[in-house]
Each structure stands twice: as structure tokens, then as C-alpha cells.
Design a protein around this ligand. Structure first.
Ligand SMILES: Nc1nc2c(c(=O)[nH]1)N[C@H]1C(S)=C(S)[C@@H](COP(=O)(O)O)O[C@H]1N2
Ligand SMILES: [Mo]
Length: 330
């Protein structure tokens, strides 16, 4: 390790997540230490294997994902920005099945029971299958991904997720040639999700991706955050994460994934098609009809920051949208 650490930096060394927050400083250290970043040992030091508290989906395969931090940055799997605190991530939520008040979701969802959860994967696939949460580990590693998250309401966070790259699940069920889109559905159970008794949205919440978007390596089925099992308010036990898209694409508490030939309905487009499109790619140049998308409030920060094209994932995803008029395809 870099021997020129200050006392504060030494303290950081034993506090992995504050280290992420001090990444810039850390990368300078890497520069001084030469090839350190390229070694698996450095990878493990930077990404210690942290077991989840419950045994449904321990992140015990992390060590098998032998990428250097430079490679992770290049792929968009790691962000060179401070992470949002765990307490902010788990207390400021959008999850209308429980409450439309972002500060009230956590309390309203605290008894949500996800034991025995199953996800059905069907439609245009050769091997339809029902997965439990522990089954997810059988199709690919549970990896840690540190992603920006940008809500269409213009607030943002940086979140350390743990999850399965969705492409591994889709490969496992063997899509037919006719499959062009992937549709996702949240649990419908107004007793367990009392917000579904209100008609603020049509239930269940539904979302969708083009198949090529669903197969993109950035697309994650998250089962954890901050090294712990996903809290109910963040979409337990499994939710979608597409970091270059507005947050509403990240459908929570998924029970069904269906491969289809045509663009599936999505909750927010159905609610207001002139305001919310199917693609919903983060784009500072295309304002929402009622507000600008040029800047955002990073939760926990003072002042606003500029919103980045594709939320900072342009290098990884722009090729998916070549030739599209982004003001029409929003
Ligand atoms: N089922 C469901 N999924 C949902 C929502 C919702 O209301 N219901 N809200 C979406 C919106 S608008 C955002 S910004 C993110 C918020 O995720 P977070 O609370 O984990 O930050 O979840 C998305 N997924
Ligand atoms: Mo959102």
C-alpha cells in the first residue's frame, strides 16, 4: 500500500466506504504506487468481500469478479464521486406502493415481508423458469456496482448496489429470435402494499427495456446496497437498476420478467405520455415539459451540479441510440 498516508488517510484505509468517498486522493496514491491498481490484491483491499446480514444473497462471489478499479471505472461499474450516505439512501425514496411522500416510504414499508419471493421469467424464451432470490446466484455472480442514480424530479445519489447483471439471467432462459423487449412487473398485493389501494398509478407498476438495453452490462438486478440485503423501501428483494436512465425505470419488488416482441406498457408513460417516454434516458438537453433537466440536486450536497448526458454513462451506452432524434425518442 501507499506508505505516505496521513493519519486521516490511514484511518480511511480501514473504512472502505469512506475510502470510496476519497477516491480522488486514493487514485493519486495508486499513481505513486505504480501497478498497484492492476493487482487482484488491491482489488480485494478496495472491495472487501462483505457478506449480507441475511443469507438470501450474500455477495460472496465478489472476489470472482477480477477487474481492476481502472477497468471498473472504464466500464461504468465504479464512479469517481462520493457515495451518498446509507442513511440518505434508505430514508428518501420513491415507492408509490407504500407512500407518495419520499420521507414516509421507509416507515410505511418496514414490515414488508419478502420471504419465499419468486420471480417468474417467461414469454419468448426457450427455458421459462421461476427463480428464488438465492437462485439468482446460480446464473451469475452478485457484483458490487457503484452507480449514479438520477430521478426525473432532478435529485440524484451515488449508490453502492449489489446485484446480478441482468444479461446473465436473460442468457439463462434463452431468448427466442422474436424477443425484442423485456417487460417487468412489480408485485400486486394491496394488503402488503397499501399504496395500491389508491389510484395514483395503475397497478401493478410496470416497466420495460429494449432487449439490447436489458443485455447491456450496466443493467443490474439489484438485491443489496451498502453490502446489506436490499431494504424494503429500496425495492426488496430485487429491483432493476439502469444508471443511464431516469430513476423511474428502476422498477422495484419485481415478480415477473417477460420477453416480448413489442414495446411493453410502462407505468409513467401510461400516466403521462407527453412527459415520460419509454427510453427515459437522462438528458440535460431535453427538459421535462414542466421543469429543466439541466441540473440536479445531489442528496447530501450543497448547491446543484450539472446533469451529465446519459447520467455520465455516455461512453458506455451512446452507441445504443445512434441515429435517434433524442428530443422525439425521450
Ligand atoms: N414499483 C415501483 N418501482 C419504482 C417506483 C415506484 O413508485 N414503484 N419509483 C421509481 C422512482 S420514480 C425512482 S426515482 C426510484 C427510486 O428508488 P430509491 O427509492 O431506491 O432511490 O424507484 C423507481 N421504482
Ligand atoms: Mo424518480
Amino acid at each position: 500500500m501507499n506508505k505516505n498516508l496521513s493519519g486521516r488517510e490511514l484511518q480511511d484505509e480501514v473504512t472502505p466506504f469512506s475510502l470510496y468517498a476519497n477516491r480522488r486522493r486514493f487514485m493519486k496514491g495508486i499513481g505513486a504506487a505504480g501497478t498497484l491498481a492492476a493487482s487482484a490484491a488491491a482489488y480485494r483491499w478496495f472491495n472487501p468481500v462483505r457478506k449480507m446480514e441475511l443469507d438470501t444473497a450474500a455477495i460472496d462471489d465478489l472476489a470472482s469478479v477480477e477487474l481492476t478499479n481502472e477497468q471498473r471505472l472504464e466500464r461504468g461499474f465504479l464512479v469517481d464521486e462520493a457515495m451518498t450516505s446509507e442513511s440518505n439512501i434508505i430514508s428518501y425514496n420513491n415507492f408509490y406502493e407504500f407512500s407518495t411522500d419520499k420521507n414516509a416510504v421507509a416507515e410505511a414499508a418496514k414490515n414488508f415481508d419478502t420471504k419465499g419471493w419468486q420471480i417468474r421469467v417467461e414469454g419468448m424464451v426457450h427455458k421459462p423458469r421461476t427463480f428464488t432470490i438465492p437462485d439468482l446466484k446460480s446464473v451469475g455472480p452478485i457484483e458490487e456496482r457503484i452507480y449514479r442514480m438520477r430521478c426525473v424530479e432532478a435529485w440524484s445519489m451515488v449508490i453502492p448496489w449489489a446485484g446480478l447483471q441482468l444479461s446473465h439471467l436473460i442468457d439463462a432462459v434463452e431468448p427466442m429470435a422474436e424477443a425484442k423487449y423485456v417487460a417487468f412487473e412489480t408485485l400486486y398485493d394491496p394488503v402488503r402494499m397499501p399504496g395500491q389501494k389508491s389510484s395514483v398509478l395503475e397497478w401493478p407498476y410496470v416497466e420495460g427495456l429494449r432487449l439490447d438495453e436489458a443485455m447491456h452490462p450496466l443493467t443490474l438486478l439489484a438485491v443489496g446496497l451498502y453490502g446489506k440485503e436490499l431494504p424494503a423501501q429500496d425495492g426488496a428483494p430485487v429491483r432493476l437498476v439502469t444508471p443511464w436512465k431516469y430513476g423511474f425505470k428502476g422498477i422495484k419488488s419485481i415478480v415477473k420478467i417477460t420477453l416480448v416482441s413489442d414495446e411493453p406498457p410502462t407505468s409513467w408513460k401510461r400516466f403521462a405520455p407527453s412527459e415520460y417516454g419509454f427510453l427515459a434516458n437522462v438528458n440535460p438537453n431535453v427538459p421535462h415539459p414542466r421543469w429543466s433537466q439541466a441540473t440536479e440536486q445531489r442528496i447530501g450536497e450543497n448547491g446543484r451540479r450539472k446533469t451529465l448526458m446519459y447520467n455520465g454513462y455516455e461512453a458506455q451506452v451512446a452507441s445504443l441510440y445512434e441515429g435517434l432524434d433524442l428530443s422525439v425518442n425521450f
